[in-house]
Ligand binder design. Structure first.
Ligand code: NAP
Length: 305
């Protein structure tokens, strides 16, 4: 059976597209990948998603969106796409669980993944003190000294969250100015458990079997120092998940999918939404908006067939 619409990814963009498509009677199939919600489940609380004046956790928001999509007939499969063929019609989509689907239209909402530091020790100690998700792992660092790397919104927000557990948070940033929004900067600067380490980069993560310390280098003096920490949380930006589409869709020099103002990729019938193409805004609400736009265009495309 050929699907009308397959949505790849179930972050705010994919789930919002699913709600619209389901309400449009398309009975969309959503291939969610490993986890529902995408990056919003990596954050403890969203304070700026409209409609939730008291804030809402990423997981709760994702579950509400799922419920809303399923209420109108969306089908969610916890399966990851391993290959797509966009040269044939209908499009072919193969998954990790061994399924092959075909679809008349596709919405790509595969989002972005945390960027790694690519320093010695990082790979070996991931899950052993190196983490990219404070919400998931913060609990393990009760009364421990930890570090957070980065100077953006994520680094501030997650450092603040980690002060609930850690005895001390070293916030390591490569410049002496933060990129984060003023409100988050102010909160982080006012938090006594957070100490800023300016103009510094991590050169190595040390430890035998678990994180024991970081080797830092001062960007101005080149002096090296070592700080003892038991955990390090890395928030140095994100990389779009576009490998699956390389060679088939137009991708820019930084790896983002190229779309026009109506969410259309270079292949008619293939649309994209969210952080897989958005390098500018990267907000849950914006991704949800892109998901709605992509779906409206997909519906128009399907009607035109
Ligand atoms: P980001 O804004 O891209 O910031 C990444 C930070 O990591 C920057 O401070 C950057 O330094 C630093 N960095 C990058 N590569 C590095 C490296 N190799 N070594 C050391 N430091 C490195 O990423 P983000 O904070 O995750 O935010 C992503 C997007 O999500 C943003 O648009 C943000 O506004 C949004 N967001 C919003 C909220 C909210 O509204 N509450 C919360 C979280 C995220 P430089 O500053 O020197 O470039």
């Amino acid at each position: 059976m050929t699907e009308n619409l397959i949505i790849i990814g179930a972050g705010p963009a994919g789930l919002s597209a699913a709600i619209y498509a389901a309400r449009g009677n398309l009975a969309p199939l959503v291939l969610t990948g490993q986890s529902l919600g995408g990056q919003i489940v990596l954050t403890n609380e969203l304070e700026n998603f409209p409609g939730f004046p008291e804030g809402i956790t990423g997981l709760e928001l994702a579950q509400l969106m799922q419920k809303q999509a399923e209420r109108f007939g969306a089908r969610l499969e916890a399966d990851s796409v391993t290959r797509v063929d966009l040269q044939t019609r209908p499009f072919r989509v193969e998954t990790q669980n061994g399924a092959t689907y075909t679809a008349r239209a596709l919405i790509i909402a595969t989002g972005a993944s945390p960027r790694r530091l690519n320093v010695p020790g990082e790979n070996e100690l991931t899950g052993r003190g190196v983490s990219y998700c404070a919400t998931c792992d913060g609990f393990f660092f009760r009364n421990k000294e930890i570090a957070v790397v980065g100077g953006g919104d994520s680094a501030m927000q997650e450092s603040l969250f980690l002060t609930r557990f850690a005895s001390k948070v070293h916030l390591i940033h490569r410049r002496d100015q933060l990129r984060a929004q003023p409100i988050l900067q102010d909160r982080a600067r006012a938090e006594p458990k957070i100490t800023f380490v300016w103009n510094s980069v991590v050169k190595e993560i040390r430890g035998a079997g678990k994180v024991e310390g970081l080797v830092l280098e001062n960007m101005q003096t080149r002096a090296r120092s070592e700080i003892p920490v038991q955990g390090v949380f890395i928030y140095v930006g994100y990389i779009p998940n576009t490998e699956l589409f390389r060679g088939q869709l137009e991708i820019d020099e930084e790896g983002y999918l190229k779309v026009d103002a109506r969410q259309r990729t270079n292949i008619p019938g293939v649309f994209a939404a969210g952080e897989v193409h958005d390098r500018v805004f990267r907000q849950a609400i914006v991704s949800a908006g892109y998901g709605a736009m992509a779906e409206i265009e997909a519906e128009r495309y399907l009607a035109s067939l």
